[in-house]
Design a protein around this ligand. Structure first.
Ligand SMILES: NC(=O)c1ccc[n+]([C@@H]2O[C@H](COP(=O)([O-])OP(=O)(O)OC[C@H]3O[C@@H](n4cnc5c(N)ncnc54)[C@H](OP(=O)(O)O)[C@@H]3O)[C@@H](O)[C@H]2O)c1
Length: 365
């Protein structure tokens, strides 16, 4: 049997369907437990290995294996349980990854956000840790540039709004796109933190930078909106949005109500931060392949895969606000070297080919 380097990815259910999907694999009777009790039960459940994945192959011929570890908490638990209890649980999941031979661990979803983007656990581990946010942010930027091109949006005249402007991914995107757009509106709840980010970005960005809250009407005139927040509830639903706007939802759980597509046929909504692996069909694990709709994997998972394919087991993205443009470009180029690319645009069950974007653009212009 071949011995490949191993990556680990820590996930958690982002909603009730995800919870039943993950637990149902080991405990078939779980469907019969009323949700109220199940939510109580999982808080006491320790992290566990969910899947072994074999043969994640690069176009260079190099192959890595992986494991998926589950931190059994829903987003509502991450925000409501005592912080130290949550951190201990994430740390245990990381230790399991290490015990099972992984050399690098990507922290998925809220496991990165609630471990202070990995900083709270990295010193207690021997394996490398990454949030995967550098690659995720680079994919978001790449998607925005591609979609703007299709939609004939002149970036130099456009207005960009980022929900989660002080966040790790939001700020990273702002660093790149703030050099291309005309005005940039950064949204978060903590206005002091926003003012700090604005001061920092004003040194490197050409765009006029506004800061504010969701209620401050920075959505209605935006040509491009990126949602990258840690909110556990929907933030964009019935607000006024500009005709022809691009709306990219990176957040998990989502920030954008998915039925917005039905109500607003004149805006382009897609899920951001996803990558496509080469040789997806050769990956040895049916459940893994079922887990990722349209074969698009999270950018944060892809980051550890790319680093492992390079044999570079380092803490790549760690701590909030440390992502640089150079790091984003570097990991994106490494991805391409291994055949890992930006995923096609999609939203829920709908995938958009380039022709769909062209027709959409013609219809609204
Ligand atoms: N697609 C992927 O592959 C992928 C990869 C990694 C992460 N993600 C998702 O991306 C999102 C962002 O991750 P991150 O690591 O950048 O998180 P983060 O560093 O914790 O940043 C979260 C940001 O959201 C803001 N925020 C939280 N609640 C808000 C609200 N109600 N209204 C407005 N702003 C709010 C925060 O500021 P305030 O607290 O001041 O409001 C902060 O700016 C998460 O949902 C995560 O699960 C997706």
């Amino acid at each position: 049997m071949e011995h490949n380097d191993k990556i680990a990815f820590m996930v958690h259910p982002v909603n009730v369907e995800g919870l039943y999907f993950i637990l149902g694999r080991y405990f078939p009777f779980v469907q019969r437990i009323p949700l109220f009790y199940l939510k109580g039960l999982i808080q006491k459940l320790p992290p566990f290995k969910f899947l072994n994945i074999r043969r994640i192959k690069s176009t260079t011929g190099k192959t890595v294996d992986g494991i998926i570890v589950v931190c059994p908490l829903l987003p509502e638990h991450f925000v409501s349980m005592p912080q130290q209890v949550v951190i201990n649980k994430i740390l245990r999941g990381a230790q399991i990854s290490q015990e099972l031979g992984a050399k690098i661990l990507s922290l998925g979803g809220f496991t990165s956000i609630f471990s202070n983007q990995g900083l709270d656990i990295c010193n207690k581990l021997e394996i490398a840790i990454t949030t995967g946010n550098s690659y995720t942010a680079s994919l978001v930027v790449e998607a925005i540039l591609k979609a703007s091109n299709f939609m004939n949006i002149d970036l130099s005249k456009s207005s960009l709004t980022i929900l989660g402007g002080t966040g790790d991914i939001g700020k990273a995107c702002a660093q790149v796109l703030g050099r291309k757009v005309n005005s940039m509106n950064l949204i978060a709840r903590d206005q002091d933190a926003l003012a700090d980010v604005r001061r920092e970005l004003e040194n490197v960005c050409s765009a006029r930078i506004n800061i504010g809250r969701l209620e401050d009407k920075y959505l209605e005139n935006a040509d491009i909106i990126i949602c990258s927040t840690s909110s556990i509830t929907t933030l964009i639903d019935s607000q006024e949005l500009k005709r022809g706007a691009l709306l990219c939802d990176v957040s998990l759980p989502p920030n954008v109500a998915r039925n917005i597509k039905k109500k607003r046929k004149d805006i382009f909504v897609f899920e951001g931060g996803y990558a496509k692996l080469p040789f997806y069909n050769e990956i040895d694990n049916v459940i893994f392949k079922k887990y990722f709709i349209h074969e698009n994997i999270f950018g944060c998972l892809a980051e550890s895969i790319i680093l492992a394919l390079e044999g570079n087991f380092v803490n790549y993205s760690l701590g909030r606000g440390n992502i640089t443009v150079e790091k984003m470009n570097h990991i994106n180029l490494l991805g391409k070297k291994h055949g890992v690319h930006l995923a096609p645009f999609f939203c829920s069950n709908q995938v958009f080919q380039d022709d769909d974007l062209r027709s959409f653009s013609q219809a609204i212009n």
